[in-house]
Design a protein around this ligand. Sequence first.
Ligand code: NAD
Length: 516
Amino acid sequence: MSTQQQAPARGSEAEEHAGQTPVVDPATGETIAWVDELGPEDARRAAARGRAVQPAWEALGFEGRARVMRRAQKWVTDHADELIATIVSETGKAWEDAQMAEVLYAASAFGFWADEAAGYLADERIKVSAPLLKGKKVVTRYAPLGLVGVIAPWNYPFTNGFGDCIPALMAGNSVLLKPAEKTPLTSLLMARALKECGLPDGVLQVLTGKGSVLGDAIIDVVDMIMFTGSTPVGRRIGARCGERLIPCSLELGGKDPFIVCADADLERAANHALYYSMFNTGQTCISVERVYVEAPVYDEFVAKVAKKAKTLRNGRPTGPASTEVGALTTAGQVETVTEHVEDARRKGATIIAGGDPDPSRPGWWYPPTVLTDVDHSMECMTEETFGPTLPIMKVADTEEAIRLANDSPYGLMASVFTKDVHKGEQIARRIQAGTVNVNDSLVSYAALEAPMGGWKDSGLGARHGAPGIRKYCATQTIMVSKYHLRKEPQTYPYNGRGFKLLGRVVRFFYGRGTRD
Ligand code: NAD
């Protein structure tokens, strides 16, 4: 539906691009493309088109659909540089970040869902225990919902947007994808790629436009919403889906804690805390957002992190190895990060690295920043920062660390570092989060077989694993009665015999329970 054009630099841009939105390179502040700003009528037309082609797509079967996905997997490996350059141009992230978390994900996800969808969605023969149903065949099956709406954020244009379309398509649905306003180019590129790989027209349509206008319009025309984004918008979307009685899966914000026990491998813990807080310029829902370190090793851990943080480059991403930490993707993120750091500074935090952005720099930037002397009175420890900050807090013991880790409305992911892996697992089980890593962080996202979702305000439902594809389906139970009486005793007329018989059945099958 949507078109992409390179932006001419001259003339009255507003007039020349009426009905379009600019896409800006966050590392330079320059406009790099214009895309159509679509509205409700476009969403309705796209829905009709998607619904019209869906039955033929479903009829291709798993193998037919998998063929398209395997070609797409090859396309990604053949065009990795083009995909990385597109992602970097609209997000400002480092090339390595785009490679690790988007291209690697894309290459594995196309193959994973191509291979696994048929197994996850195979008919299941159900063994029933109800005495009246003995001898009957009961099967559940998964039918595609029809038309799925995917609404995506800007931080991972492939992984958290296009990536969710893959299982939806493999389940036999048509999809309307609305990328974030700031980052539509990756989705447009991938839609063209899938077409090249044989995806029939209309099965996947990318609709570009404003969340508040087009997002709502998409919810009104689809059979299910897969949303990734902020918790406030997720709540609104959940409410609107509730009004329409359509299912939704919500992958929302996080404030992921990172616990360092006194017996941890401090070198590994420091490397992980720094890397996974700054990775993608800190704009990852499962970033390390706050660190709790047991008192005996606090000073040593902080010294290690400070030394490593000072070596990070925060330059314009122009190719591999050009920078460690890229730009922030939006001006709003610069504001949020600045506010959280300044709030902490006012309340007594110490900035041991970074903290002083250069306001004259074109684009959106904030330097990698490490804070100590922080506590839960500060926004940097309680609200999602979504930027290159690493606040480190000293705690008396693991009990205090667990209590503080759970002192949050969010529950997306967490990390625990200890050499005692049994203890680490016990701590993990006490943390309120959808995923907990022991001696690792964030990278568990790559386990496509394992459900990944949030507790509490971090979301509803999960991506990956069986739930990550069954959510795009309606479950149907089919019961088949082959051998049966012509008249069963519980049916009319009620002459007392059926009542007595059923009473005996209840006592025989269920009368062996105990009183206590
Ligand atoms: P956002 O909520 O502002 O926007 C996400 C998408 O929703 C965009 O496409 C936007 O256009 C659309 N939208 C906005 N208002 C809408 C409305 N009223 N109706 C329908 N759609 C609407 O989020 P963002 O700023 O793009 O992304 C950052 C947030 O996403 C962070 O909170 C981050 O933690 C979260 N996130 C979560 C995960 C996860 O897996 N849990 C992954 C990535 C990002």
